[in-house]
Design a protein around this ligand. Structure first.
Ligand SMILES: Cc1cc2nc3c(=O)[nH]c(=O)nc-3n(C[C@H](O)[C@H](O)[C@H](O)COP(=O)(O)O)c2cc1C
Length: 235
């Protein structure tokens, strides 16, 4: 199978991707879009049920209809929160421009149709989360593939806050649950490099019921015994 990341290394694609929020007006060629979607659906998913669903928007009037409908809900929410009206209008306008000016908007949904059904809330929630996780992995694949093709993309979470609005505006199938939208296009600029927490802040080494800070000067990588380490120095 041809790699969607051919032309650049996976490590380079991971390191070089940035969220891109402003695009050139150029269209995204259909064959590249196809390749991105193919990368998305190649993601792993729980039970291989492939819960992701995508609605592709390229038509200006549809993008605007969605941006305006979501903007109305955003205005409503923030007015209820008591936010400054001028700040609300600025936010609504910014969000509208981001959606309307992106050559491609991909509405990311999930469906529970083929996921397992449980009567108890704990397992039902686990099953739902697995669908969310698989769908997020598909989007990550797509964003990395976009970057490797010289395209930019940005995840926008707005649909999570107004799924009913998205569903009604786009007349989505009843069982599609809107999760996000991803804007895609050729970048107007390089984007901003945002810092990441160092590994030592977010990883602990589990050693014999002790959690060891990675930067702990006392720490000497131990020879691992069966099952007592989740992260190994030794590959
Ligand atoms: C679940 C999720 C939701 C996000 N929502 C938004 C959003 O609504 N608007 C936005 O501009 N960026 C959004 N982003 C992008 C993040 O702001 C961005 O990934 C982060 O700041 C790191 O920057 P980078 O992607 O350039 O590395 C979202 C990213 C994720 C993973």
């Amino acid at each position: 199978m041809e790699s969607p990341l051919s032309g650049t290394s996976l490590r380079g694609a991971i390191a070089g991707r940035r969220s891109i929020r402003r695009y050139r007006a150029d269209e995204v060629p259909a064959n590249i879009l196809q390749l991105l979607l193919q990368a998305a659906v190649t993601a792993p998913s729980a039970h291989n049920r492939q819960p992701w669903r995508f609605m592709l928007l390229q038509d200006c009037s549809t993008k605007l209809a969605l941006a305006d409908a979501m903007g109305r809900r955003l205005r409503q929410h923030r007015t209820t929160d008591g936010d400054d009206p001028a700040a609300i209008e600025k936010d609504v306008a910014r969000s509208r421009a981001r959606i309307a000016d992106a050559p491609v908007v991909l509405v990311v949904c999930l469906t529970m149709e083929e996921m397992d059904v449980y009567a108890d809330a704990t397992r039902a929630r686990a099953e739902f989360l697995m669908a969310v996780q698989g769908t997020a992995m598909a989007v990550q694949n797509l964003m990395l593939a976009a970057h490797s093709e010289g395209l930019g993309s940005c995840w926008m979470c707005a649909p999570l806050f107004c799924p009913d609005v998205v569903r009604a505006t786009l007349d989505l199938p009843q069982l599609w649950e809107p999760q996000a939208l991803v804007t895609i296009g050729f970048p107007a600029g390089p984007g901003v490099t945002r810092p990441r927490k160092p590994l030592c802040d977010v990883v602990r080494r589990h050693e014999r019921k002790r959690f060891v800070h990675l930067s702990d000067p006392e720490h000497k990588p131990a020879r691992h015994h069966d099952g007592d380490s989740v992260i190994s120095d030794h590959g």
